[in-house]
Design a protein around this ligand. Structure first.
Ligand SMILES: *[C@@H]1O[C@H](CO)[C@@H](O)[C@H](O)[C@H]1NC(C)=O
Length: 285
């Protein structure tokens, strides 16, 4: 009974995703606009692949046409290979204005053979300073890997190739703001940050290696699209497996494993930065 049930539920989700056009298994031409860098950003293979590049004169970037309010959103990235020191590939979700919410992935390049830093941060009501940084357990420049944000009313969950690395729970009951009213667009850019990105600016960008290129594919947004004040989920979320998803014990264990073995910075343990005491979510979570 149980396996049969979950199989049919899975089929239903896939089918309804396609029929109702809720999942957009992304064509970059349809889903994104190039907003910066002119021809340094290119959509290729009939919209299947997007490439950003960076040279001495400029970086490049794109943003989603849609705004989203909750969803499970996958993007596959292949980062700048070789000597990528000084480069930053940012991939993030953000609403607008001084009290905006934001969910960030930033990939800080490094010298050949040296590990990238995956930098994460979350803003609620305009307030960030929630950085956590990680090493990855693979070389992110050889193949595409999937970076996912699952954002529902209970949590924001970051996963990498399906492994959860960070969670920001809805702790509104403890007085901590949670992103839930402001639709966000998806943004990405490849830019030069040689002043700080690699070992605090010690290692500069090697422009003889330019142009630097990062690639994107397989964008999948199983998400609520916000348009003219209405959510595409207003008619119901029954077919959205991610909507009610809470952190299960397996995911909690995985996060602990990642944080123990791959986390290199956590704002919640940086006492120097918070002499008046840590932000409240550090003790509640
Ligand atoms: C680059 O590699 C060095 C040496 O392993 C490491 O200390 C540093 O954190 C790495 N990442 C960045 C972004 O500098």
């Amino acid at each position: 009974m149980a396996p049969y049930m979950s199989f049919s539920v899975a089929v239903f989700i896939i089918v309804s995703c396609g029929l109702m056009d809720i999942c957009s298994a992304g064509n970059f031409n349809q889903e994104f606009d190039i907003t910066w860098g002119g021809s340094r950003a290119q959509i290729l293979n009939n919209g299947e692949v997007l490439k950003l590049s960076l040279d001495r004169a400029s970086g490049s970037g794109f943003q989603s046409k849609n705004e989203y309010l909750f969803g499970k959103i996958d993007m596959q990235l292949k980062l700048v290979p070789g000597n990528s020191a000084g480069t930053v590939t940012a991939y993030y979700f953000s609403s607008q204005g001084p009290t905006h919410d934001e969910i960030d992935f930033e990939f800080l390049g490094n010298l050949s053979g040296q590990p990238y830093t995956l930098h994460t941060n979350i803003f609620t009501q305009g307030k960030g300073s929630r950085e956590q940084q990680f090493r990855l357990w693979f070389d992110p420049t050889i193949n595409f890997h999937t970076y996912t944000i699952l954002w529902n009313p209970r949590q924001i969950l970051y996963t990498v190739d399906g492994t959860p690395i960070r969670v920001f729970k809805n702790l509104e009951s403890s007085g901590i703001a949670f992103p839930k009213n402001q639709p966000m667009r998806i943004y990405s850019s490849l830019w030069d940050a040689e002043d700080w990105a690699t070992r605090g600016g010690l290692i500069k960008t090697d422009w003889s290696q330019a142009p630097f290129v990062a690639s994107y594919q397989n964008f999948v947004a199983d998400a609520c699209i916000w348009s003219s004040g209405t959510s595409s989920c207003a008619s119901g979320v029954a077919n959205k497996a991610w909507w009610g998803q809470d952190l299960d014990s397996t995911s909690e264990e995985r996060i602990r494993w990642v944080q123990k073995n791959y986390m290199i910075y956590n704002y919640c343990t940086d006492a120097k930065r918070f002499p008046q005491g840590f932000p409240p979510e550090c003790s509640v979570a």
